[in-house]
Design a protein around this ligand. Structure first.
Ligand code: NDP
Length: 451
């Protein structure tokens, strides 16, 4: 335990503001795994916490590319290869102006445990760039991806590190990155997942994270003897890949989804979000959500997501279940208190770490069914694992087959998380269950593999 306490103590004095979000993620995991350290001293003896919070390597590189005006632009690219105790490094790439080393270290660290929870042989990694795809032409995106892969290809491979998508990286970007990898290496490797279906992608990979969130939530509500989602009002934040497919699956099972949001504002549509319209606006035209009102005048749009008291418009809407699916730290203590006061019974995280620590503390205190991201949104990496299997065996599975396997996988993760929480004295606490179960699987592999 001294070893674990020493590591927690160090986190109270982060010396770099950029790294604070990484420390936030580490603090949560290390606090959760204290009971594990008490029950088995091997974890302290082998200094697992100290070794786990240091990435295996941080790769940082320059990405120079030519825009449509023939001007040279320069961005920074990263790949954080965090831990490969369980299998090759695996984790998405994020293209967003907010990307820095601290954000990617937090995402890479979380990815280790998420991947462990899937039961698949996958290590944890994350990467990306401060490049902003918004407003760029297809050719600019292609030239950026080509330059990015020019450097990244040196560090990845189907048995080494297999990147995928994340914010700002969808099928188009994966296609360009994969094409450039193939050109440079002359190798048609399953080196990336999230590829379009017609050249090696898995059916249902775009849908997997959002669908998985709903499958996990259904399993959690059943385990906790709570009412299901059918006929219930649900709120969702975000309007990207994860949000759209969470909304799609919620609608399929008969829930009523009344909100979505983007970086500009929030839509509230009491009649239920018009999914076809949402897809047209965000997936095809890449427009602001404000345009939603042109077709749905009875809906409302709150242009600023945050009110002066720091509350978020989405979380002011009364609901049975809330699904934060946009980005990290988007749901604070004020939002959590509002959700609870409005009778919310369940919060499931589609985005990575969207709830701030004070929000999670409130959810746990009020016995809200709370599904943490590393368990609830593991459906994306699960189907990425299926894509790797299909690529390696040259098989193609049907959408129905993938969907059934995904549903089964999410139920298994839910079962593992809830039984682990119970085993370590925190029944009903899915944060503790996910952290302990994920940590244990990686730690046991690290001990077995030696230093
Ligand atoms: P997308 O890029 O498809 O969508 C992101 C959405 O969030 C957009 O609606 C975007 O608004 C909004 N958003 C992004 N940054 C901010 C911000 N700083 N403030 C407010 N809104 C913001 O990304 P994904 O849907 O793929 O990812 C969403 C979350 O899910 C992320 O946390 C990601 O790490 C996580 N995740 C994704 C997985 C996947 O398979 N894609 C797998 C597991 C987790 P706008 O349209 O205005 O840009």
């Amino acid at each position: 335990m001294t070893h674990l306490n020493d590591e927690i103590q160090k986190l109270n004095n982060p010396n770099c503001a950029e790294e604070e979000i990484f420390y936030q993620a580490v603090r949560e995991v290390l606090h959760s795994v204290a009971p594990l350290h008490l029950s088995d001293r091997r974890y302290s003896l082998h200094k697992i916490a100290k070794r786990m919070i240091a990435p295996d390597r941080v790769i940082k590189f320059k990405v120079a590319w030519m825009d449509d005006r023939n001007e040279i632009q320069v961005n920074t690219g990263y790949r954080i290869q965090f831990n490969n105790a369980l299998g090759p490094y695996k984790g998405g790439l994020r293209f967003h102006p907010s990307v820095n080393e601290g954000i990617l270290k937090f995402l890479g660290f979380e990815q280790i445990f998420k991947n462990a929870l899937t039961g698949l042989p996958l290590g944890g990694a994350k990467g990306g760039s401060d490049f902003d795809p918004k407003g760029k032409s297809d050719f600019e995106i292609m030239r950026f991806c080509n330059s990015f892969m020019q450097e990244l290809h040196k560090y990845i491979g189907s048995r080494i590190d297999i990147p995928a998508g994340d914010i700002g990286v969808g099928a188009r970007e994966i296609g360009y990155l994969f094409g450039q990898y193939k050109k440079i290496t002359s190798s048609y490797d399953g080196v990336m997942t999230g590829k379009p279906y017609f050249f090696g992608g898995s059916p249902l990979r775009p849908e997997a994270t959002g669908y998985g969130v709903v499958y996990f939530t259904q399993a959690m509500l059943k385990t906790e003897n709570k009412e299901g989602l059918k006929g219930k009002i649900c709120t969702v934040s975000g309007a990207g890949n994860v949000a759209i497919h969470t909304i799609e699956k919620l609608r399929q099972i008969g829930a009523i989804v009344v909100s979505c949001s983007d970086s500009g504002g929030t839509i509230y549509d009491a009649d239920g979000i018009d999914l076809k319209l949402l897809k047209k606006l965000k997936l095809i035209r890449c427009e602001s959500l404000e345009k939603y009102l042109n077709d749905r005048p009875n809906a409302s749009y709150t242009p600023l997501d945050r009110y002066p008291d720091g509350a978020h418009a989405v979380w002011n809407i009364p609901c049975y279940a809330a699904f934060p699916c946009a980005t990290e730290n988007e749901l604070n203590g004020t939002d959590a208190a509002t959700l609870i006061a409005n009778g919310c019974s369940c919060v499931s995280e589609g985005a990575n770490m969207p709830s701030m620590p004070e929000a999670i503390a409130l959810f746990l205190e009020h016995k809200i069914c709370f599904a943490p991201a590393k368990a609830a949104n593991a459906g994306g990496v699960t189907v990425s694992g299926f894509e790797m299997s299909q690529n390696a065996s040259m098989e193609r599975w049907s959408a129905e087959e993938v969907d059934a396997k995904l549903q089964n996988a999410m139920q298994n993760i839910c079962h593992m998380v809830s039984t682990t929480a119970k085993e370590y004295g925190s029944e009903g606490n899915y944060v503790a269950g996910a952290n302990i179960a994920g940590f244990k699987r990686v730690a046991d592999a690290m001990i077995a593999e030696g230093i």
